[in-house]
Write a protein of this length. Structure first.
Length: 382
């Protein structure tokens, strides 16, 4: 199948990279870094952007700037990439794993309420696959209990909830520009925020404790070097120019693919709340129900047909790093059951042409209904 590769680049990336290469400053102090911070923050409807060398450290930077520390708890969803939790652990705090909604794969607000304790300091929501979490229900919980809301928006560049973009609801939103993300420089990260004081603290920590107007060798707090390079910023500026068009193409192809498969009862797609007015479609997430095949067999069939397909093999707390403790685990039946039947297609599938989308739909239909297995049995020599 003609599924596009990822990342993608053209002459614009080459032009900006050459500009940096021919300059005397390749590091984080090049003006192009500040230009990208401003542009991306504005794109996400936030006034401040603080870049970092990768998304994992951006999330750690957010927690550090907020003073999250040992003895405190941070609520995280049971289903996410491991750094949503390890960022908490690396600061000595305790991640509290909370269940997801079965339909949306996002943090369940009611389960958040059940998980609160006197030690709870913050809630990290993950906008899974680009579908935004129900911030309308989680924000009041945080206000009632004076908790900090952090958005892990690594999947959600450009996603919206009632017209407002990811990262602009909590104290900060953390983004990743890792190789597979919809906005990519191979590695990279960003915090966006509307809080001027948080922005100043995070920027200082990320820049060795310096402050604006201070001497280069004048350090005001214990900081470190999380700075994005000018080369990363150059690539990301070029990538940002085409992000909106790519989101629109993915949205159109997601609609088409679902329409082509609407008569396949074995597949239940991730719910899209009406408040989700824009989705990055980082992942097209589905769940097999009443399937003729097991999820692993379904994945193998799609992979053999040339369609990339995967899902998390276990919940976060089932990772070896957390099996022996260092966390608190709430009952998570929805997350645990999702592992058995859920699957996702990466966003590059949704950048394919219409003919390929029809081919992808055919492969999914065959894999979900067991047609692949039937054909294999018919063609097998006796």
């Amino acid at each position: 199948m003609h599924i596009p590769p990822w990342p993608q680049a053209d002459e614009r990336e080459s032009e900006l990279l050459r500009m940096v290469l021919e300059s005397p400053q390749w590091g984080g102090f090049h003006p192009i870094v500040a230009e990208f911070e401003k542009s991306f923050a504005a794109y996400q409807h936030a006034p401040h952007g603080i870049s970092a060398c990768n998304g994992t450290l951006a999330l750690e930077l957010a927690l550090t700037a907020l003073g999250i520390c040992q003895g405190e708890e941070v609520i995280v969803p049971a289903l996410s990439f491991v750094t949503t939790a390890t960022a908490v652990s690396r600061l000595g705090a305790t991640p509290v794993f909370v269940d997801i909604e079965r339909g949306s794969f996002n943090l369940d607000p009611e389960r958040v309420r059940e998980a609160l304790s006197p030690k709870t300091r913050a809630v990290i929501v993950v906008h899974f696959g680009g579908t935004m979490c129900n911030v309308d229900q989680i924000q009041p919980i945080c206000r009632e209990r004076n908790l900090v809301l952090i958005e892990d928006a690594a999947h959600a560049h450009g996603s919206e909830w009632n017209g407002k973009r990811a990262g602009s609801f909590g104290i900060t939103g953390s983004f990743s520009f890792q190789n597979g993300k919809v906005l990519s420089a191979g590695e990279g990260g960003m915090l966006v925020t509307s809080d001027e004081h948080f922005a100043a603290d995070a920027r200082s920590i990320a820049n060795c404790g310096r402050i604006p107007g201070g001497n280069f060798y004048e350090h005001h707090r214990i900081g470190t070097n999380f700075r994005l390079t000018a080369f990363q910023a150059a690539i990301l500026l070029a990538q940002l120019d085409r992000l909106s068009d790519q989101i629109e193409l993915r949205a159109a192809n997601a609609r088409l693919l679902k329409e082509l498969l609407k008569d396949v009862p074995q597949i239940l797609w991730q719910e899209q709340p009406t408040a989700v007015t824009r989705n990055s479609w980082y992942l097209l997430v589905g769940h097999l129900r009443e399937a003729a095949v097991l999820r692993d067999e379904f994945q193998q069939s799609l992979t053999a047909a040339g369609v990339p397909c995967t899902f998390y093999p276990h919940t976060l707390y089932q990772n070896p790093v957390y099996r022996s403790g260092g966390c608190r685990v709430m009952p998570c039946p929805a997350a645990e059951s999702s592992i058995l039947g859920a699957f996702w297609l990466p966003h590059r599938v949704l950048l394919a042409d219409e003919e390929t989308i029809h081919e992808v739909a055919g492969a999914i239909r065959s894999a979900a209904t067991g047609e692949v297995r039937k054909h294999a049995a018919i063609s097998r020599p006796v």
